[in-house]
Design a protein around this ligand. Structure first.
Ligand code: PNS
Length: 164
């Protein structure tokens, strides 16, 4: 039986930190779904469709295997575990940078296991990416700073035109 995992998040926008987690998760499972989820608690910079396009362009630029191995999809509403059921995924993947991430993620992991028996695999962020977040990248770009160290080319371009 093939192992399928879902890597959910806002990805507003995707960063090199996210891509590192995706690459490492893709080496652990037969199929990985990068799932762009609408988070009602956040006001997004990019639409779900724009975020998918940026992820696909970033996967191409970083030569990650988009297609059979890595699928990019959206969840505009509904429960994450229902998406997992639809695609027969048994695990969720989350990247952990600090204990703040862990405090935020642990209750969600327990709820998802309660709801549907879906386990969460926590992958520790590479220290080189530990300080990168989508919100900081947006702030730096909006204030005229360089973000090419933090995000792939297509994302840096999209941020520059969004804040122009
Ligand atoms: O990148 P984010 O915004 O921190 O990601 C949070 C996200 C989208 C993974 C989280 O909000 C989520 O799981 N939403 C799906 C709704 C859901 O299933 N909620 C109940 C279980 S936590």
């Amino acid at each position: 039986m093939s192992t399928i995992a879902v890597y959910p998040g806002s990805f507003d926008p995707i960063t090199f930190g996210h891509l590192d987690i995706a690459a490492r998760a893709a080496s652990m499972f037969d199929e990985l779904h990068i799932l762009v989820v609408h988070n009602p608690g956040k006001e997004p910079r990019f639409s779900l469709e724009q975020r998918v396009a940026l992820i696909e362009a970033s996967l191409k630029e970083t030569k990650l295997p988009v297609g059979a191995k890595i699928v990019v999809s959206t969840l505009p509403s509904g429960l994450l575990v229902d998406y997992c059921r639809r695609v027969s995924a048994g695990a969720l993947v989350k990247g952990i940078r600090t204990n703040v991430d862990l405090d935020y993620e642990l209750p969600m992991a327990r709820v998802n296991r309660d709801l549907a028996g879906v386990e969460t695999v926590f992958i520790p962020a590479d220290p080189g990416f530990g300080h990168i977040s989508s919100s900081l990248v947006k702030q730096v770009s909006d204030l005229g700073g360089q973000v090419t160290k933090y995000v792939p080319g297509p994302v840096a371009l999209a941020l520059a035109s969004a804040s122009a």
